[in-house]
Ligand binder design. Structure first.
Ligand code: SAM
Length: 260
């Protein structure tokens, strides 16, 4: 098996059949990510981006809307095809690539910015870092973004209780924190920024959001009856006209890769 096959397999076991829910119901990334990149590294619409572990293209969309050419590197076919459906209107700026973080298939020195959304924890860090160093232009940057659900509001706490109660097994993956990022980049000179983000969900949206997570039971599982009741009561209690706002923080890291 190649590393691409292995990554696709490992991931497929957890995400099979969830790509469509993922594409529809995961929160997007705020424009503030672009503004920060402009301010801090002079990013603009002419830069060439590789979105690595691009999934269904949620992060790529932000850059494509900005006019950037984006190579979407994604090993898992179901995710890739969902992205191709969603982002087809951006061709030729949008290019779909079957590859992995460890072996992207992109040319040497061809990328100005590597963007990674909620995916760094899946990569084999030593190989991915080497590959990133190979495909970036001299002085190119890596940006890593994560949407983290806040835990300090009534609706967010109620949502977290549902996850806690119904989730099955969590994947054994590392927490991507400042230490992990420093180790990955090989230096501590990176910037870290926190940008407010939120997601508005009605009952169907909240069920979709829950169902998109790899650690939740598959939809149709007997547990879903109890889960739907609880989600309904969150929408009644905390929603306005049944729409609940789940507040998030988007964490953005921006830095350069050090030579090994
Ligand atoms: C949680 S999803 C994030 C998708 C997208 N970046 C976003 O922000 O919505 C993680 C993605 O990483 C991909 N992935 C897993 N292992 C990978 C690897 N070794 N190289 C590249 N992508 C990988 C998965 O297939 C999945 O699409």
């Amino acid at each position: 098996l190649t590393s691409k096959d292995r990554a696709a397999k490992k991931f497929a076991r957890r995400f099979d059949g969830r790509a469509d829910l993922y594409s529809r119901y995961r929160p997007g990334y705020p424009d503030g990510v672009l503004r920060k990149l402009e301010e801090k590294i002079g990013f603009n619409g002419k830069k060439v981006v590789a979105d690595v572990g691009s999934g269904t293209g949620i992060l790529s969309e932000l850059f494509l809307e900005n006019g950037n050419a984006v190579y979407c590197v994604e090993p898992y076919g179901e995710m890739r095809r969902t992205a191709e459906g969603r982002l087809g209107k951006f061709v030729p700026l949008f290019r779909s690539v079957a590859g992995t973080a460890e072996s992207t298939g992109l040319d040497d020195g061809s990328i100005d910015l590597i963007a990674v959304g909620q995916a760094l924890h899946w990569f084999e860090p030593t190989k991915a870092r080497k590959e990133f160093g190979r495909i970036l232009v001299k002085g190119g940057y890596v940006s890593i973004v994560y949407n983290r659900r806040r835990e300090d509001g009534d609706a967010e706490r109620a949502y977290a209780r549902i996850v806690h109660r119904f989730s099955k097994s969590r994947a054994e993956v590392p927490d991507v924190d400042d230490t992990y990022v420093a180790r990955f980049l090989g230096n501590s000179e990176f910037g870290k920024y926190v940008i407010a983000n939120s997601q508005r969900l009605n009952l169907q949206g909240m069920l979709g959001r829950l169902g998109s997570a790899s650690y939740m039971p598959p939809q149709g599982d007997p547990d879903w009856i109890g889960l739907e009741e609880e989600v309904g009561s969150i929408c009644d209690r905390y929603g306005e006209d049944g729409v609940v706002v789940l507040r998030h923080r988007t964490i953005l890291y921006v830095g350069r890769i050090s030579k090994m």
